[in-house]
Ligand binder design. Structure first.
Ligand code: GLC
Length: 391
């Protein structure tokens, strides 16, 4: 974390990897902030989030990459200077809650910016007509760039080179507010259960920081309850997962992925949650020695070394670990045991892989960028489970 810390033009942030990812990324930074707080460095924990919001716009939109110190970098590609022109999972609600739980003093402006970021997604971002779920404008917004869930959007089926081209082209069709915030994309328009669950979870986490009685909170309560029930409507009993809304809902949006099971963060009914979680440990499903696979082993797309196509990801595993300890589950010994198993396998993978970005779930062989900052979450997961820690 020390080696990855950067001070640029007044901003302070951690790069995910010095060579492959030399900028500030949205959800990475939220995880970094939690790691800094875990390391006892409250100042860097707060600065990382403050720098993340440095280019938030008037609509509340938070860009997913900030090119601190080199605003012209990729400006043509993004159609915007200084930052990218799309967003990522708004993990700042959770980051602020984790800092708050550790007694870190939070500047009011930071909490206000997080609220505006979540309001943008809940109020301004286009909803899918049929399912009512929030849509994303680009696969990169989900953080799960090459997930088989988006395969229907790659003409002729998934192919690495073609998909790279499609991802570039998809930026051109994004519809924006007059200020440039991304609201819809007719050429993508997927409404992923994972992204929706993370929006809800981060909103509820921010409530934990704000406390009750805030007016804006009541304003969003109805929206969040409605979204939560729309999300749970996406449960498919035969697949034992939640299916995405939008154009892929009868095709690749049904592929069983570990991040789709993060719908557990949105508090589904207990039996569904139990069915979802037990698969994470089933060796015929997602179970593996070094952390759950990202894609169900029985899926045709499953590739244990593939980027978002089967390899295991520490930040996804961390979120499953958080989910297993949520409030209301404190009497359930099974979930505490689940949290422990997730921690043990993910920590084993983090150390075996040399703190890699992601790794082979059966061998722990490192993949992608090595070392990667968010893999420091393994340090956070080394805590014994604390049932009821959320909220
Ligand atoms: C890759 C990942 C994305 C992450 C970024 C920086 O693009 O897919 O989730 O935010 O790298 O680590």
């Amino acid at each position: 974390m020390e080696a990855h810390w950067r001070e640029v033009d007044g901003a302070g942030f951690t790069v995910p990897n010095a060579r492959v990812y030399p900028w500030q990324w949205l959800w990475d930074s939220c995880f970094h902030s939690i790691i800094w707080a875990e390391l006892g460095d409250a100042e860097r924990a707060v600065r990382e989030l403050t720098s993340l919001f440095a280019h938030q716009d008037d609509d509340g939109f938070v860009p997913h990459v900030t090119h601190h110190g080199d605003p012209g970098f990729h400006a043509d590609f993004w159609g915007r200077t200084g930052t990218s022109s799309i967003t990522q999972p708004p993990m700042y609600g959770h980051a602020l809650a984790e800092l708050h739980r550790r007694g870190v003093a939070l500047p009011a402006e930071l909490v206000e910016r997080a609220r505006a970021g979540l309001e943008f997604l809940l109020r301004v971002r286009r909803r899918d007509d049929r399912t009512g779920l929030i849509t994303v404008v680009h696969p990169w917004e989900t953080g799960a760039d090459n997930s088989p869930r988006w395969d229907d959007c790659c003409p002729g089926g998934f192919d690495l080179a073609r998909w790279k081209q499609v991802k570039g082209d998809l930026l051109a069709t994004v519809e924006r507010t007059p200020g440039g915030a991304p609201v819809a994309n007719p050429a993508f328009g997927v409404a992923p259960v994972s992204f929706n669950a993370l929006v809800l979870f981060n909103l509820w986490e921010l409530w934990a920081v704000h406390g009750e009685g805030e007016e804006w909170l009541w304003g969003l309560a109805r929206t969040s309850l409605e979204l939560s029930s729309r999300l749970d409507d996406r449960w498919d009993d035969s697949l034992a997962t939640w299916v995405d809304g939008g154009p892929t809902s009868t095709g690749s949006g049904r592929v069983r992925t570990s991040d789709a099971l993060l719908a557990t963060l949105a508090r589904p009914p207990e039996p569904r949650e139990a069915r979802a979680v037990e698969q994470l440990f089933d060796p015929a499903a997602f179970g593996a020695a070094y952390g759950p696979t990202q894609v169900h082993r029985a899926e045709l797309a499953y590739d244990p070394s593939g980027y978002w196509r089967g390899a295991t990801w520490p930040q996804v595993n961390y979120l499953h670990w958080v989910s297993a300890q949520a409030e209301g589950r404190e009497h359930d010994r099974r979930l505490v045991a689940d949290a422990e198993r997730l921690a043990v396998s993910t920590i084993a993978g983090a150390t075996t892989s040399g703190l890699a970005e992601y790794w082979q779930p059966d061998t722990g062989a490192g993949l992608g960028a090595v070392p990667q900052s968010w893999t420091g979450l393994a340090l956070v997961m080394a805590h014994p489970p604390q049932p009821g820690r959320e909220g």
